[in-house]
Design a protein around this ligand. Structure first.
Ligand SMILES: [Zn+2]
Length: 90
């Protein structure tokens, strides 16, 4: 793993922990920071990072708490509290 990848992993864990502690503002800061590092270093964000973050408001999604997950037509549909929806094949 490269250093930017390691930093992103670390920020992902921190965002998860903050979201678990209902500290959404802090979780959002970690998500934004990780996105910035990925952009600057041209590395891809891990798949689970993309799946559990909202593209619109940068929230770290915790289904059942600030997001909903549904299965629809062979897709996983993740809905954030801000209204943004993301769908992924599974
Ligand atoms: Zn959102």
């Amino acid at each position: 793993m490269t250093i930017p990848e390691e930093r992103i992993e670390r920020l992902h864990s921190l965002a998860y922990e903050a979201a678990t502690a209902s500290n959404q503002d802090r979780a959002r800061e970690y998500v934004r920071l990780a996105r910035r590092i990925a952009e600057r270093n041209r590395v891809d964000l891990p798949r689970r990072f993309k799946r559990f973050t909202c593209d619109r408001c940068d929230s770290y999604l915790r289904p059942g708490s600030n997001g909903r997950v549904r299965l629809q037509d062979g897709h996983v549909v993740v809905t954030c509290d801000c209204g943004e929806q993301a769908r992924y094949p599974y």
